[in-house]
Design a protein around this ligand. Structure first.
Ligand code: NAP
Length: 487
């Protein structure tokens, strides 16, 4: 029996107003393991009415939660972080089983998310207002912070725990309450986080979990006046739809959307070291990462050596069921994602690209969505791969010769989430940092995300920032108090 087959099939409920509950219709949705295509669990599949109940519970709970001190709220968040660390092995196995990423990456996701809970537990204590100097003698001015209100939090499947932690932790720290909607295919690991929150003492109603129809749940988030903010992570297309409709009620929005990150290597960098780092960065979670490097611009003087090492390293990666020891690359998340990858590679090849390794489903596996890590060169500038967000284990390598030209090429996209630069020249690093249109720029750093630094995109990659102090401010309103003193 394979490790994945051993995973017990179970049924999980939604969590509304402090109670685990079924969908009112009794409907359930199956959760599939992408490595084996087996059903590993069923979850309650609700809709609009369950969401309405969850929002009402969150609204009621907020009246007392917002009046507790930041220090008391921090205790719940800190205890949640501790429980997630204690349960990291179980949570990581659940995450791998539903999403496909190797166990080591799943552990990394749980621990990073625990750090996010702990960091916001502390940052909530720093929701400072200001005392502003007065221009008239009899007046005093100050600002205080106020929680935005009930938050609807919608997340995707690629980091189902991390991307909800970036919403739940700052919202609760700020005194808001939350209704979460996970991606339909990956609810299980977030349910595990909810178990930690409940055991950590989260009062009833402050966090709620609804699973079900995306359109019904988001319709209720958008139309229910009790929801004051929607925090969405997902595709740019859905982000735009939410933004259009949120305008009707002027709901606050945080939007974390797609990306198409350039990875730029200058001639003073070591091509072998950087090629190895590039392969790790590119194929992490099969490239299904919003900040995944997806266009590799390598200076023409070192492009040949960089490409040789990248191909060797990509070929050496061990593919398999993420639950099995030593596996470095799991399956892609779903068949649709794999088919889309095949289409992008075929389009690039039909326009003259050389497929140096990979380019097809890995036929060693009878089941599962395994795609070979792929490296391409000689790609035409009109290939879809260079313009559509690939979200795939594909590494297209291009060459360049001048700094200004590569900045223009890197910026030639509607996206502006992440960018990577490899150089040992401080002047080049600064010029690139200032010239690139991206919210997150890793300079000799292929993995820049950390709870204390802002994360988010420019252009069509989103609105606002998560993490860091900005990530807390996203859940706070500023209120200005003007006081006229008695004579
Ligand atoms: P998606 O299709 O936009 O789905 C994301 C979430 O939105 C899911 O929970 C989904 O529910 C829900 N949803 C789908 N249609 C909706 C609608 N019409 N209204 C409201 N909600 C809707 O995105 P995805 O394919 O899951 O995720 C991949 C995308 O997310 C990529 O573009 C990636 O770059 C982006 N992403 C961005 C960041 C960031 O921080 N910037 C991080 C990770 C991922 P169902 O699952 O039930 O359909």
């Amino acid at each position: 029996m394979s490790t994945a087959t051993a995973t017990a099939r179970s049924y999980k409920q939604m969590y509304i107003d402090g109670q685990w509950c079924d969908a009112l219709s009794g409907k359930r949705l199956r959760v599939i393991n992408p490595a084996t295509e087996e059903v590993i669990a069923e979850v309650a599949f609700g809709g609009r009415e369950e969401t309405r109940r969850a929002i009402a519970a969150a609204h009621t709970a907020m009246q007392s939660w917002m009046k507790t001190t930041a220090y008391d709220r921090a205790k719940v968040l800190k205890r949640t972080a501790d429980l997630m660390r204690e349960r990291v092995d179980t949570l990581a196995r659940t995450l791998t089983s539903e999403q496909g990423k190797p166990l080591a990456e799943a552990r990394g996701e749980i621990l990073h998310s625990a750090d996010t809970f702990e960091w916001f537990a502390e940052e909530g204590k720093r929701a400072y207002g200001q005392v502003i100097p007065n221009s008239l003698p009899g007046k005093r001015h100050l600002t205080i912070k106020h929680p935005v209100g009930v938050v609807g939090a919608i997340g995707p499947w690629n980091f189902p725990v991390t991307l909800q932690a970036r919403k739940i932790a700052p919202a609760l720290a700020a005194g808001c309450t939350v209704v979460c909607k996970p991606a339909s295919q990956t609810p299980l690991s977030l349910i595990g986080v909810f178990e930690c929150l409940i055991e950590a003492g989260a009062p009833k109603g402050i966090v709620n979990l609804v699973m079900g129809s995306a359109s019904e749940i988001s319709d209720e988030f958008l139309e229910n006046p009790l929801v004051r903010k929607i925090s969405f992570t997902g595709s740019t297309e859905v982000g735009k739809q939410i933004m259009r409709r949120a305008a009707d009620h002027l709901k606050r929005l945080s939007l974390e959307l797609g990306g198409h990150a350039p990875f730029i290597v200058f001639p003073d960098a070591d091509p072998e070291v950087v090629a190895k780092a590039a392969v790790i960065g590119k194929f992490r979670n099969n490239g299904q990462v919003c900040i995944s490097p997806s266009r590799f611009f390598v200076h023409k003087d070192i492009e040949k050596r960089f490409t040789e090492v990248a191909v060797e390293s990509a070929k050496a990666l061990k593919l398999g069921n993420g639950l099995d020891p030593g596996v470095e690359i799991g399956p892609m998340f779903e068949k649709k994602a794999m088919d889309n990858t095949i289409a992008l590679v075929q389009d690039a090849a039909s326009r003259g690209a050389d497929i140096l390794t990979g380019g097809k489903r890995c036929d060693r596996f009878e089941k599962g969505y395994f795609f070979e890590p792929t490296v391409l060169r000689g790609i035409s500038s009109d290939a879809k791969l260079l313009h559509e967000e690939p979200f795939a284990p594909v590494m297209p390598i291009l060459d360049f010769s001048k700094l200004d030209e590569v900045i223009a090429q890197a910026n030639n996209t509607r996206y502006g989430l992440a960018a990577y630069v490899f150089t040992n020249d401080l002047s080049v690093a600064f010029k690139m940092g200032e010239g690139l249109e991206a919210g997150i720029i890793g300079i000799n750093d292929p993995v820049p995300a950390t709870p204390q630094c802002p994360f988010g995109g420019m252009k069509e990659s989103g609105l606002g920032r998560e993490l860091a102090h900005e990530g807390l401010e996203a859940y706070l309103e500023t209120k200005y108090l003007s006081i006229k003193l008695r004579d």
